[in-house]
Design a protein around this ligand. Structure first.
Ligand code: PLP
Length: 416
């Protein structure tokens, strides 16, 4: 017998909804701008209503066979067209999230390398690359080579040059930006090296993909990072991050269609019929596809530009506030709205960051603890909390608490 045995009798929906509403009151409140990861808070009621409405409309549809549900098919094709237009890609597919997009790009590169006779190929990245690459390597029998970064937190092309070899390497990876520090790797140098050596190059723009084009357009410095850069052969960008859709949708894109075809799985030896699939899932929920289409179409370039402006305001406010607090410093020089701050190395007796985070937790903020500091990822909705955050952070530092040893955790496992 388990703690929750399978129910012998069903319960009325009103009863269940009441239970959940009550329980949820104790959950993390991202709507108040006091959470910094996992949810991208746009604070736009019209967009949210639209997402609820289309999710409801397509809740039960299944995109396993896209030709069965014509409206979904049209929307999926249009989301991919819009993504290809934004990044200059030749072909690609949707997936359920950044990790799946990364898996698919690694599998594609592995199979391309195997076709060249490299049987257990390597993937070369910086240590700041998202752990989805380590996971994909582990699942797909690819050797991970994670190189130290330069002092500025960006991948080091010179270190890549020492190990990238077409006889052993399937893929090199650059992040735009990396999650821990929000810095963009030198994509042009890394992709140029890959092209010179005849190796594929993936840009992980899961985080920044749907913000960077607009960040650049509002006048922020953005080094070239997408398919405009020679040598970039694939790219991942998540619609469920700065694309502002709810969870369950990412894009994985390729410079050319032939490379994308390596991602596609076809099987015709099954009595149930020909099985063709571009991603790892079989059954695919309709709601994220419909919501991705509705979100992109509703916002358009002008909507994304407006939201990029709000993210910039929040970023400027947070950074200036943190810089103004004695003993704290932002790590590296982040290119975007995602960054770490920690104890200022030039200040003697800088604060204990675990203690600062404990004090911020007590004030209802939910900062993420990294190995060397605290992490913030700013959404448009954070523009409303800048002053409150900075005042609370200054007070938390002034408290001078010592940390009680809360864990520094990014992901977790629920084991049944
Ligand atoms: C840079 C980067 N790549 C990949 C991922 C993985 O995306 P997901 O959590 O959607 O699988 C993330 C998630 O934050 C990320 O920041």
């Amino acid at each position: 017998m388990t703690e929750t045995p399978f129910p012998a009798h069903g319960r009325p929906s009103a009863d269940l909804l009441e239970e959940l509403r009550e329980e949820r009151k104790g959950d993390l409140d991202w709507r108040g701008g006091r959470a910094f990861s996992l949810v991208y808070h746009v604070d736009d009621p019209e967009l949210e209503e639209l997402q609820h409405a289309v999710a409801d409309m397509f809740l039960h549809e299944n995109a396993l066979n896209p030709f069965r549900y014509r409206t979904l098919l049209r929307m999926e094709g249009e989301v991919l067209d819009m993504a290809r237009d934004l990044f200059g890609a030749g072909a690609g597919s949707l997936s359920s999230g950044g990790t799946e997009s990364i898996f698919l790009a690694v599998q594609t590169a592995r199979d391309e390398a195997r076709a060249r006779g490299v049987l257990r190929p390597k993937l070369v990245c910086a240590v700041t690359a998202h752990p989805a690459f380590a996971k994909a390597c582990s699942y797909l029998d690819v050797e991970l080579v994670a190189l130290p970064t330069r002092d500025d937190g960006r991948a080091d092309p010179a270190a890549f040059a020492e190990v990238v070899d077409p006889a052993t390497t399937a893929l090199v990876v650059a992040s735009a930006p990396c999650y821990p520090f929000g810095v963009i790797d030198p994509v042009a140098d890394i992709a140029g090296l890959a092209a010179e050596r005849g190796v594929l190059c993936h840009v992980d723009a899961c985080l920044g993909g749907y913000l960077l084009p607009f960040w650049e357009q509002i006048g922020e410095p953005v080094p070239p990072w997408d398919f405009r850069v020679e040598g970039v052969t694939s790219l991942s960008a998540d619609v469920h991050k700065y694309g502002y859709c709810f969870k369950g949708v990412s894009t994985v894109l390729y410079r050319d269609r032939d490379l994308f075809r390596r991602q596609v799985f076809m099987y015709d030896a099954w009595p149930g019929g020909l099985y063709a699939s571009a991603s790892s899932a079989g059954t695919r929920p309709g709601a994220p596809i419909a919501a991705a289409w509705a979100t992109m179409t509703h916002l358009g370039r002008d909507g994304y530009l407006r939201l990029a402006g709000r993210v910039r305001e929040a970023t400027r406010g947070f950074r200036a506030g943190i810089d103004g607090i004695d003993g704290l410093a932002v790590t590296s020089d982040p290119d975007l709205s995602v960054f770490e701050f920690g104890p200022d190395p030039s200040v003697e007796g800088a604060p204990d960051l675990d203690g600062v985070c404990d004090a911020m937790d007590a004030k209802g903020w939910n900062l993420d603890r990294q190995q060397g500091g605290l992490h913030v990822m700013l959404s448009p909705g954070h523009d409303a909390v800048v002053d409150e955050f900075v005042a609370d952070l200054a007070a938390a530092v002034a408290e001078g608490r010592q940390g009680t040893g809360a864990a520094h955790v990014y992901g977790g496992v629920v084991e049944g």
